[in-house]
Ligand binder design. Sequence first.
Ligand code: CUA
Length: 319
Amino acid sequence: MIGLTAVLPEQAAEGAFDVDLLFGYLTLIAVVFTTGIFLALIWFSYKYRRRPGNEGPPAPTRTVLSLEIAWTIVPLVLGLTMFFWGAKIFVASAQPPPDAIRIDIVGKQWMWKAYHANGRREINTLHVPRGRPVRLRMISEDVIHDFFVPAFRTKQDVLPGRYTGLWFEASRTGRYHLFCAEYCGTNHSKMIGEVVVMEPARFAEWLAGGPAKPPAEAGAELFEKIGCAACHGAKATQPGPRLEGVFGRKVQLRDGRTVTADSDYLRESIVDPLKKVVAGYEPNMPSYAGQLDEEQILQLLAYIESLTVPGETAPEENR
Ligand code: CUA
């Protein structure tokens, strides 16, 4: 493991050590088997080489049951340890703690844009507090990108048309590389940035220190401006499903299916509203595809999420 830490990036997040330990285990197994196989190969090609008096086919082989059982059981056990160990880390990486702070990320050729909950935004830099879980809700404006912070041992594709999530808890203050890890065009190699991990108090200062309009507020204005309010608003004159308390809840559809009104469903209902129409409503909403950018859609989502029924809080999402 000592040799590995010399070539790996530093461990700056909770769980980074676990990932390295598993990686070390896989590397160890690979090295042991590769070495064993090559040594056997070299030894056998010497021992059974063709030479005078030993030209013919090898003597008939015999079956050694114990040997066959051993070379079946041992790899099986090794394979299963890899699977269960890997699955444990993978499952943990897909489940952000409920108290995680959410930051929205939009990738586009060739930059990373970050939107904090209070409206502070940044490009190619991401400020986060140390010791607090952070979850990212990510989407791409064009092609597939991939959000990769080696020091956190965390990496996730960022897709057009669908939100993906990623979470981490930075354990050390400092500045860490952020890469795009999916080839996305000419300047892919320049789609890089920095994650700045600060002490929580300094982070709070930084967060409050910039011009910011909360996304829910921007979303509320957009909601009026582009006409959503005419059908979905409090004073709506036309019928559209009411949006209070809908975020994260189950919704019954016209065709009998039930869906959860998560970020993906709400986004889809904005850009492709006739795909999953709510039960009891006519399919007559116009599509907003091409009229809104991803930031504006995130603002609308923030506004819808803020519309709670008194006494209830919106269920947390995984991203
Ligand atoms: Cu974005 Cu590579």
